[in-house]
Design a protein around this ligand. Structure first.
Ligand code: SDX
Length: 444
């Protein structure tokens, strides 16, 4: 039996001789040694396994990438079983309690917490870039009055690429940084303009005297008062929500940003792809779907019947379950606390009682326990947004404001990763081959 061995991957060299897989291809009897690095094997190491010289070689098949690492990243660490989330190593609980969203955005982008001088400069840089080109108002005005704000955000983020053509030069570090600042700064402005458009209200320009969350509240709520003064409790709750949504390693929308960004397009176009992915009800649209579900359930007494429908597969309990967390999403726990602070100001949201009852029953029910379905970040966030007076259509938009810093931090990391190139997955072809063309007159 001939054996063929291979040690040392192209990049991740095995730490020791025992850090390998020995694979025998029973189709040929050949044996291969595949290096194991960082708990992974390189998919390309399987291409050498052929049944003949003209055989393409083995590929790995992983629909939805449920067990595939697409990159090396130092930004966010998640331990789904332990319910751990850390940004650049800092536990989310400490950041939510002690930091601000702009400081967290700096941490994600630069990799370290800023000094006071760096933070002051960063806050100033973001603050002075919150305005958008006046043409954006006309662009936004072209949407129907009932357009979904997430669709407006998607379109306007992509349109920003036309206002900053220099953003295409992604090889220039300074250029990458100014676009990074512009995206973090302008996302709340675009979001607020979309909201005001749906209400038929005039746009409110950014107020540089306000904090990042306070300025967003002002652009949403300011009417005839000369100076909008945000309630500090709402301002803080919003800052915490933005922190909790800032990044989450290679989720669907971040993977979209990385994949589109790998073509070396500008960051506005890449982030617009992230907005599009986040729009989906299984991802960022889940918080909107949670509120619609709570409204459909209607009362606490209807919860048991609804749970029966979920277990019968007729309904999904939106806001529950997660590809990675097989324990309580740590963000959901923090959001539940932030909700109490908001309800002090706005009054208790009656839907909270239904949500609490749903959670209580689900956490005791074998169907959910066996599938490790726990509340995720979207289960309670919508209750806060609703208490802030935002319509459900704005909930995924709020998610997108927070996630912008994570998207752009991941994009920056991808542009500097020497292992990365244009993303181009393979496929298993299931169609037919080499069929002769039939003129339409001869078709049945
Ligand atoms: C976010 O990836 C991220 O990090 C995302 C995110 C981020 O910060 O970026 O955390 C944000 O998107 C949170 C998730 C928000 N989505 C929802 O709340 C929508 C409801 N949840 C599900 O659709 C689902 O749980 C997913 C999409 C979140 C995860 O789906 P998976 O990992 O593909 O799991 P699955 O669909 O294979 O489900 C496993 C089982 C199935 O049952 P069986 O077929 O084995 O019988 O659990 C069931 C599913 O039917 N199930 C649910 C359920 N979620 C999964 N049953 C009822 N209600 C649910 N919510």
């Amino acid at each position: 039996m001939s054996t063929e061995t291979r040690s040392g991957g192209t990049d991740g060299v095995a730490a020791s001789a025992s850090d390998t897989l020995t694979v025998t291809d029973n189709r040929t009897g050949k044996t291969y040694e595949i290096p194991v690095t960082d708990g992974t094997v390189r998919s390309m190491d399987f291409r050498q396994m052929k049944t003949s010289e003209d055989d393409f070689g083995l590929m790995t098949y992983d629909p939805a990438y449920t067990n595939t690492a697409s990159c090396r990243s130092a930004i966010t660490f998640i331990d789904g079983d332990a319910g751990i989330l850390e940004y650049r190593g800092y536990p989310i609980e400490q950041l939510a309690e002690q930091s601000t969203y702009l400081e967290v955005a700096y941490l994600l982008v630069h990799g370290e917490l800023p000094t006071q001088a760096q933070l002051d400069q960063w806050e100033n840089d973001v603050t002075v870039h919150t305005f958008v080109h006046e043409n954006v108002k006309e662009f936004m005005g072209g949407f129907r009055h009932d357009a979904h704000p997430m669709g407006m955000l998607l379109g306007s983020v992509g349109a920003l690429s036309t206002f900053y053509p220099d953003a295409n030069d992604i090889s220039d570090p300074e250029n990458r940084m100014i676009q990074t600042i512009r995206l973090i700064a302008k996302m709340p402005t675009l979001a607020a303009f979309a909201f005001r458009h749906t209400r038929g209200q005039p746009y409110v320009y950014p107020d540089n005297d306000l904090s990042y969350p306070g300025n967003f509240l002002g652009m949403i709520y300011k009417m005839t008062e000369l100076k909008y003064e945000p309630d500090p409790r709402l301002e803080r709750a919003l800052d915490v929500l933005f922190i909790l949504h800032a990044d989450h390693e290679q989720n669907c929308s971040t993977s979209a940003v990385r994949s589109v960004g790998s073509s070396q397009v500008d960051p506005y176009s890449a982030v617009a792809a992230g907005v599009a992915a986040l729009y989906g009800p299984l991802h960022g649209g889940a918080n909107e779907a949670v509120l619609r579900t709570l409204r459909r359930v209607g009362t606490k007494e209807n919860v048991p019947d609804f749970i029966k429908k979920v277990k019968a597969g007729e309904e999904k309990l939106m806001g529950f379950g997660h590809r990675v967390y097989k324990n309580y999403d740590p963000r959901a726990r923090i959001i539940k606390t932030a909700a109490d602070d908001v309800f002090e100001v706005t009054g208790l949201n009656p839907l909270l009682e239904i949500a609490t009852e749903l959670e209580k029953i689900a956490l005791e029910d074998e169907y959910f326990i066996s599938r490790k379905l726990y509340p995720n970040v979207d289960f309670y966030s919508g209750l806060i947004y609703e208490a802030l007076g935002l319509p459900v259509e704005m909930f995924p938009v709020m998610f997108g404001i927070g996630r912008t810093s994570g998207w752009i931090a991941q994009w920056l990391e991808m542009t500097q990763d020497k292992e990365q190139k244009i993303a181009r997955p393979r496929q298993i072809y299931t169609g037919r081959r080499t069929v002769d063309y039939v003129p339409v007159a001869d078709r049945g």
